[in-house]
Write a protein that binds this ligand. Structure first.
Ligand SMILES: CC/C=C\C/C=C\C/C=C\C=C\CC(=O)SCCNC(=O)CCNC(=O)[C@H](O)C(C)(C)COP(=O)(O)OP(=O)(O)OC[C@H]1O[C@@H](n2cnc3c(N)ncnc32)[C@H](O)[C@@H]1OP(=O)(O)O
Length: 304
């Protein structure tokens, strides 16, 4: 675990800037009855993530704002972990809703440029950050809801899968899934475990082998997402579902969540360093690097 402090140092170095105390993101002012003062709200942001915590409801909105596609770079993952830790340690926060501030894209998954043409040390540091993000999110004590307002391949899908509930915009142009095989790479065992826990073994096995991405209506059919709504209803629906989950006593819900997820979390914790070494040796193979370069070229060509 020698390099784990590297991420801790990055977290310590990275500043979290406070915003104003009465932010307007997600239309709080619009929801407030006229004539009443706004309920207490705290907001903070860093370069890639905006967070607004409504103290009266105990609900935070975390919005990804890393254009063009909210790729999960090392910086993004570090800032995500900092923001989540802040909320986890805040007694006023009981639930988080994740959404994108970038139109049409929830998250394009792991930043491919972090896995291509870099040093072994860099791959190891990056992978520890990916593990850290998942351990914190999948193991969170808070109620977590993914408001999937855009496409969400691979690592973006993992973020959604790691939440307690997924609501997606009904647009069939938005797709979601673990498409790693299409890039010539392999979803690690803890991506797979998370997927199996949501959709079951058979669907996960077929989808992972084929690297399938599903349009939102298809994803609903087999439970990859829990419901679909029109884009303009997404926030309202996420708040309503959150209220339902928060109506239960925290301790009962938290112990149940931990019971359901513990084995999968423990498995990565027990094999964390081995998983880093597997990733580094896999991703640094010339054949895998070639596949990633070709995939990036394909993305660029698609535009022209
Ligand atoms: C044995 C096993 C042991 C260990 C495990 C080993 C390996 C596991 C390894 C890794 C697991 C990885 C999981 C991942 O998350 S990999 C990432 C997968 N992501 C994707 O496939 C998404 C790719 N992107 C898209 O499909 C599209 O970009 C889109 C649908 C998200 C958005 O489409 P748009 O048309 O709106 O935008 P584009 O023009 O395509 O893109 C804009 C811009 O952004 C660049 N880009 C897109 N996605 C990524 C990305 N994930 N990382 C880095 N960069 C990305 C794209 O190239 C464009 O760049 P330019 O403007 O051309 O410069």
């Amino acid at each position: 675990m020698a390099a784990v402090p590297t991420l801790a140092r990055r977290i310590a170095r990275s500043g979290v800037r406070p915003l104003c105390r009465w932010p307007l993101a997600w239309g709080r002012a619009a929801r407030q009855p006229p004539g009443l003062p706004l309920a207490p709200c705290r907001a903070f942001s860093n370069n890639k993530i905006l967070v607004e915590l409504d103290e009266s409801s105990g609900v935070a909105m975390m919005k990804f704002k890393s254009p063009p596609v909210n790729s999960l770079s090392l910086d993004f993952l570090t800032e995500f972990c900092i923001s989540l830790e802040k909320l986890e340690n805040d007694r006023a926060c009981r639930g988080v809703i994740f959404a994108s501030a970038v139109p049409r894209i929830f998250s394009s998954g792991l930043d491919i440029t972090e896995m291509s043409g870099k040093s072994m040390e860099h791959y190891a540091e990056f992978w520890r950050a990916v593990q850290e993000m998942w351990l914190r999110l999948y193991g969170s004590n808070m109620v977590t809801i993914a408001a999937v307002n855009g496409s969400s391949p691979a690592g973006g899908c993992l973020v959604a899968l790691s939440c307690d509930y997924r609501i997606m915009v009904e647009n069939p142009k938005f797709s979601i899934g673990l498409n790693e095989a299409q890039l010539g790479i392999v979803a690690p065992f803890w991506f797979k475990d998370t997927f199996v826990n949501v959709v079951g073994h058979r669907i996960a096995e077929r989808s992972l082998q084929l690297g399938s991405l599903y349009p939102a209506p298809e994803a609903l059919k087999f439970g990859l997402v829990d419901e679909l709504v029109p884009e303009e209803k997404l926030q309202e629906k996420a708040m309503a579902v959150m209220a339902q989950w928060l109506a239960l006593p925290d301790h009962a819900r938290q112990l149940t969540k931990s019971m359901m997820r513990k084995a999968v979390l423990d498995r990565l914790v027990a094999h964390r360093e081995e998983d880093v070494q597997n990733f580094v040796s896999f991703i640094s193979k010339e054949s895998i690097q070639k596949s990633l370069r070709m995939y990036m070229e394909m993305l660029k060509k698609k535009k022209s």
